[in-house]
Design a protein around this ligand. Structure first.
Ligand code: MIC
Ligand code: SF4
Length: 660
């Protein structure tokens, strides 16, 4: 009898080739070797302060890149100081530095660095963008990146693999953005938690590398660990046009590979879609909203700012004018895109239409400028439309393709682009322009580099080891789908404080209850109680670190978003889940809760009681921590734990090439 050969899907191939510990079965914790890391400035200052604290002199990865793209407005010294720190610390420790103006981290990484079959860990939730090129790309907190740069494995609960079969062909004016909006409509913002989406099927071939990257980018909004496309001829052509043909390797699932779940999307049936305020899964057809007036349109962000996106925008705007009641901004995703549209004249067409051009950066996506006017309708090609994120609390932000954005900008109303006639054609160029002068390599002689720290960079607060018990009030009770933008807001006022935890902690939960920081400090310790999908959205570890600084000891919820739960553990905050979701209703803000014998209950992954001292009742919770995570919580966080371990064995080795 012939022996049965194992057939692997793409996720299994890459994980197997990078496995350091654990069994790669859904639900089990695995440790994987990380080939590449990326950081951006808003999370990077913390990540490098943590890397310095770990004490490894040079990064141990194949490639680490530090991008500056978020904190670009320099209205005071703070952001500029952070940029200078990031540049010097990168030079000293073997990290490539993508200087301000070189572009948005995910766009630049896709263009210049992503390699099919490798692993990428990034301190930004949209790191999965590079899954569009077949790289297993995962977002995590800065401390996880610091550990990976030091050569440590990245631990994750092995996700289920969801096969998304794309069948058929997109109709004119229907784009990659509409595919991911359809997936969001079907699965919701929590439908991807604990899963990796693997795209297959005949429709894949019709999508360019940058179109695929739009889909993998916005897979983050599903709460998915990541999303992955095969590496095929389209991938090879894109990499060749980037002068990186030699880095290309094929990646495909074995015929007959198995999956945990399946979703079929018929591309023929898709229409232009739009996500309505205030959630990326609140999706409907654009044509259904045609009477709504529009005040602002923004094209850009890491989701839709590639060369092909901007060429489409230019072709649609050529010879036309933006509607007088609309303010339109256009952001090229990278210096490469900017330079190419400038050279071929497309930029002139965009300028002539009346659009406002913004430097290559995150900009309006993270509330760094271009906050809409009061109550405005803003149509954006971005990935998140959480309440208040634009910088204007009562703005109504919609998410749509660049094509839909331009249609709205031209008419002043929400407009289905298919009403505009023939769709222009845009191809990936045979050769992109690159010279990489925006990427500064690490110093040849690191010893000579002095790391420059401005007064904005404050020492990193570190938690203390776990106490014997927690007896503290419920400082805040919140509803389902609370985002990290609720917990730790961003925007132009708050982002410059990312390397100053005492200062930034004053803004914790500001959108929900501005009295939180004061009350937390007065109480000295406390709980937060929440609903489903708590902490969805960004990877910002400040949403754990700043509450920790204010005294938060535990969060009790119906369910967590992946990255935020990991960040809570990293900073020694207990993540607890109700055994009975209905117990949520028995707790009120202000109730005093008690968890005695902490050391005992942490050691086993069993339900244990929390006493509500105010009502006299008890309810059951679970922590679901692995043995390693239990130790981390006991130690008061990952940094303390890593230091404890650092004297131990050298970084483990793993095979690095994925099987074809
Ligand atoms: C975001 O889109 O929310 C951000 C800003 O890029 C964050 C990172 C951060 O808060 O610094 C993310 O997505 O992880
Ligand atoms: Fe930047 Fe927006 Fe992308 Fe976050 S989602 S990395 S803020 S462009």
């Amino acid at each position: 009898m012939a022996a049965t050969t194992k057939r692997f899907n793409m996720v299994q191939k890459i994980i197997n080739a990078h496995l350091i510990s654990g069994t790669p079965e859904a639900g089990q914790e695995v440790g994987i070797r990380i080939d590449q890391t990326l950081t951006q400035d808003a999370t990077g200052t913390m990540a490098y302060l943590q890397f310095e604290a770990i004490g490894v002199p040079q990064v141990q990865t194949k490639l680490s890149v530090s991008y500056v793209d978020h904190n670009m407005l320099q209205t005071g010294f703070e952001n500029a100081d952070d940029h200078r720190y990031l540049q010097s610390v990168a030079a000293k420790h073997g990290v490539y530095f993508s200087r301000p103006g070189n572009g948005i981290c995910h766009q630049v990484h896709l263009e210049r660095f992503a390699i099919p079959g490798q692993t990428l860990l990034g301190s930004d939730s949209h790191t999965p963008t590079c899954g569009g090129l077949g790289e297993l790309s995962i977002g995590a907190g800065g401390l996880d990146i610091a550990v990976a740069m030091g050569g440590g494995p990245f631990y994750l609960t092995m996700p289920k693999v969801l096969r998304v079969e794309l069948k058929g062909k997109l109709q004119p004016w229907v784009t990659a953005k509409d595919i991911i909006l359809e997936v969001l409509r079907k699965l919701t913002v929590k439908g991807g938690v604990g899963k990796i989406l693997e795209y297959t099927g005949p429709g894949v071939k019709s999508l360019s590398a940058t179109a695929r990257a739009t889909i993998t980018n916005m897979g983050a909004e599903l709460g998915a660990t990541t999303s992955l496309f095969p590496s095929d001829e389209n991938t090879r052509e894109y990499m060749k046009a980037q002068g990186r043909g030699k880095d290309w390797t094929p990646l495909a699932a074995d015929p007959g590979a198995t999956y945990d779940e399946e979703l079929i999307i018929d591309l023929n049936k898709l229409r232009p879609l739009i996500a309505q305020p205030h959630s990326p899964d609140n999706v409907t057809e654009v044509s259904k909203l045609k009477t709504i007036d529009v005040q602002q349109v923004c094209v850009g962000s890491c989701t839709n700012s590639s060369y092909t996106d901007l060429m489409m925008v230019a072709k649609m705007l050529k010879g036309k004018h933006i509607h007088p009641s609309v303010s339109m901004t256009v952001t090229p995703g990278s210096k490469q895109v900017f330079e190419m549209i400038a050279k071929n004249g497309a930029l002139a067409d965009i300028i002539a239409s009346g659009a406002r051009i913004i430097e290559s950066a995150c900009g309006p996506c993270i509330g760094m400028g271009q906050a809409p006017s009061s109550g405005a309708v803003s149509i954006r090609s971005f990935n998140r439309n959480f309440e208040g994120r634009s910088g204007t609390r009562d703005a109504k932000v919609y998410l749509a393709s660049p094509e839909t954005c331009v249609a709205c900008a031209l008419t002043g109303k929400i407009t289905d682009p298919s009403t505009l006639g023939k769709m222009p054609k845009v191809d990936i160029p045979e050769k992109f322009v690159w010279d990489d002068n925006g990427i500064i390599p690490p110093a040849k002689d690191p010893k000579k580099v002095e790391v420059v720290r401005g007064p904005n960079i404050k020492p990193l607060p570190v938690n203390s080891p776990l106490a014997e018990k927690i007896e503290a009030p419920v400082l805040l009770k919140v509803v389902d789908n609370i985002t990290t933008d609720h917990i730790m807001p961003a925007g132009s006022k708050v982002l410059p404080l990312r390397s100053n935890i005492p200062a930034i902690s004053e803004f914790v939960f500001n959108i929900i209850d501005p009295t939180f920081p004061k009350r937390a400090k007065e109480a000295g310790s406390g709980f937060v109680v929440g609903g489903e999908n708590y902490g969805q959205g960004s990877s910002r570890e400040h949403a754990a670190l700043a509450p920790m600084y204010l005294g938060l000891k535990a969060v009790i919820v119906k369910s967590f978003a992946r990255i935020h739960r990991a960040n809570l553990i990293n900073f020694g905050i207990l993540p607890l889940t109700f055994v009975q979701a209905s117990d949520y209703d028995s707790i009120s803000q202000g109730d005093k809760l008690e968890i005695p014998d902490l050391a005992q209950v942490i050691k086993v992954d069993h339900p244990f009681p929390v006493k509500n001292l105010t009502t006299g009742k008890s309810f059951q919770v679970v922590h679901g921590l692995t043995d390693r995570q239990q130790e981390i919580i006991m130690a008061g966080g990952l940094l303390n734990w890593t230091k404890q371990q650092s004297a131990a064995a050298p970084a483990p080795k793993a095979k690095t090439k994925a099987k074809k």
